[in-house]
Design a protein around this ligand. Sequence first.
Ligand SMILES: [Zn+2]
Length: 310
Amino acid sequence: MRVVVLGSAAGGGFPQWNCACPNCSKLRAGSLRSQARSQAQVVVCAATRESYLLNSSPDLRSQILSTPSLAPTRPPRDTPIAGVILTSADVDSVAGLLDLREFQPLHIYATVSIRRILQEENRIFRVLDRASPPAVWHDTALNTWFPLGATPSLNTEASLRCCIVPLGGAYPDYVSDGLRRSLPPFEAVAGLLLAQGGKQFFYAPALSGRSEEWKEAARSSDLCMLDGTFWSDKELIATGVGSKTAREIGHLPLSGTGGLLEQFAPSKRGRAVLIHINNTNPVLDEDSPEHREVRDAGWEIAYDGMEIEL
Ligand SMILES: [Zn+2]
């Protein structure tokens, strides 16, 4: 399988339209050794032409347009994008579904709770049902492998398969109290294991740190892309752009006691990549000591256009 990073930043992108933090200001001024990044979006291309989007970012339309391998090839309408797998109901994970509304049949995989939030409380997503056939929603069980595709098979190693790993985060603020009370907390935020041809990829752009299951998934994979949102727990407070800690909004920071760098050491066997990087994170500055520290620890830092063949 081929893993392509279409977007590598956290919500807001880099630079963020209304942000004058040091990183965003210096990037605009051309005085930062770094590059602009759109909001986190990954696509997995199977050995067949079929591709699956991991979430649907608010930047999805421009991300698809800037990726030649995702262009249609057969008139009148065509796409290699067979479906979308959702890790949460956050705006950053689902807004791009509205870009996919152009009468295109799709498979959408999500936990029951994520589907209920989108279908029951946010009727705008019913626009996906205009396609013929309409979008097919697949309720996914946790910790269970399931095949992807129109003619799925779990029997061959050649088929692309997925497993949803619960990560213990929270539902988005916009969900009503009534619905929230009826949803099991463990279906709120997931990581995705994808496997094909004896290779395995683990994608977890939001690690709350409230569960340990991600560690085994990351360790056993040939490639893991993990939550690189914040360098420090108080980053939003220190930069004056927010009042909550990283952990309070569901992201384990990279540094400090119990941070991601302390909890997980990249192995020589698999590649470890940080993704979903917030524009305030000093690792975006390639001349910073924080950037050097994560690179020295064996991590790669995702950028838009990064491609990894497994
Ligand atoms: Zn900023």
